[in-house]
Design a protein around this ligand. Structure first.
Ligand SMILES: Nc1ncnc2[nH]cnc12
Ligand SMILES: [Zn+2]
Length: 340
């Protein structure tokens, strides 16, 4: 991936990132370092060899590497360092609020004590608040390839931290694992735990998966959702209800959801009146953090600064934050509204 030039407008824009997987922020150098620190053998000699492996033809081909990469996370310190590194980078990109995804099942199944994971991720989020003055929220993500009882076990395992978790999401291989597989888990997350809800839908799956996430799981946001476009009634409903889509343009190109950025539908969805936000998904695997994603859609789709501003503003209106906090961020971004 060639380096994308970040305009001063994009760099200075206050942003909320609502769709990023902490485990997808492990840079190749970090993978190698943590593997060494923990005495693990990866099938890569160095960071360059890891980078060369980042050539995907589908969601599954990426997920195979994602699940291999996260095995370097062994100790509480590893989880703290990973989270702190992402937040420091996000702060440099003027992310003012980050809602970060964590996949507890991927760690508990490897025998990592859940308290090591949760206490350290939450500590890093709290420390970033002090260090960078940024706010954050933690979202636990169901891995949809496992059955619902596994998801319910995960929810029970993180329940001691229930009040410090903001939401429940779902990731993993989409095709063959429709949202309705997890109806009970989402009921528990929403009703018993008081969490906000979202799900990956319409990334590789069709518009019917987006409908399912919206109607069966009662999701408040849809992660990706770009394949909603084949269903005009659904697009109308998403627009009328103001359901945010957390779109990840570079991810979509790397995983062949679109053949290239010029073919991405983010501009059409925005112009259809949908609440579109821009996010990085798994930034170390997909070649860029949030500013690169904004820059890439502007360069390839001819979006004006006012469109990017609207999408950045949507991040704050879509975030799971207090109304008081929202007002502060909306005032902040108002000061960056383009004149034309
Ligand atoms: N883009 C993606 N889709 C589904 N699950 C994921 N887990 C991490 N990244 C993901
Ligand atoms: Zn994702």
């Amino acid at each position: 991936m060639t380096d994308i030039e970040i305009s001063p407008f994009i760099a200075d824009l206050p942003k909320a990132e609502l769709h990023m997987h902490l485990e997808g922020s492990l840079e190749p150098e970090t993978l190698i370092r943590l593997a060494g620190r923990n005495g693990l053998k990866l099938p890569y000699a160095d960071a360059e060899a890891v980078r060369r492996a980042y050539s995907f033809d589908s969601l599954q081909s990426f997920l195979d590497l994602f699940y291999l990469g996260l095995t370097v996370l062994q100790t509480g310190r590893d989880f703290y360092d990973m989270t702190a590194a992402y937040l420091a980078r996000a702060a440099r990109e003027n992310v003012r609020h980050a809602e970060v995804f964590l996949s507890p099942q991927a760690h508990v199944r490897r025998g990592i004590p859940i308290a090591e994971v949760m206490d350290n991720v939450l500590a890093a989020l709290a420390d970033a608040g002090v260090r960078f003055g940024m706010s954050s929220g933690l979202i636990v993500v169901i891995q949809r390839q496992f059955d619902e009882s596994d998801a319910l076990d995960m929810i029970a395992a993180v329940k001691p931290w229930r009040d410090r978790i903001v939401g429940l999401g779902m990731g993993g291989p989409e095709l063959g694992n429709p949202p309705s597989k997890f109806t009970r888990a989402y009921d528990v997350g929403r009703c018993d735990c008081g969490w906000h809800t979202m799900a990956h839908a319409g990334e590789e799956g069709g518009a019917d998966y987006v409908r399912d996430a919206l109607h069966t799981l009662k999701c408040e946001r849809i992660d990706h959702g770009v394949r909603c476009e084949t269903d005009p009634d659904l697009v109308r409903e998403l627009a009328e209800r103001g359901i945010p889509l957390t779109v990840c343009p570079m991810s979509n190109c790397m995983l062949n959801v679109f053949p290239d950025m010029a073919s991405h539908n983010i501009r059409r969805l925005h112009e259809a009146g949908l609440c579109i936000t821009v996010n990085s998904d798994d930034p170390s695997y997909f070649g860029g953090y949030i500013n690169a994603n904004f820059a890439a859609i502007q360069a390839s789709l001819g979006l004006a600064d006012k469109d990017l501003w609207q999408m950045a503003r949507n991040g704050f209106t879509s975030a799971f934050i207090s109304e008081e906090q929202r007002r502060i961020y909306l005032d902040e971004i108002e000061a960056h509204r383009p004149k034309v």
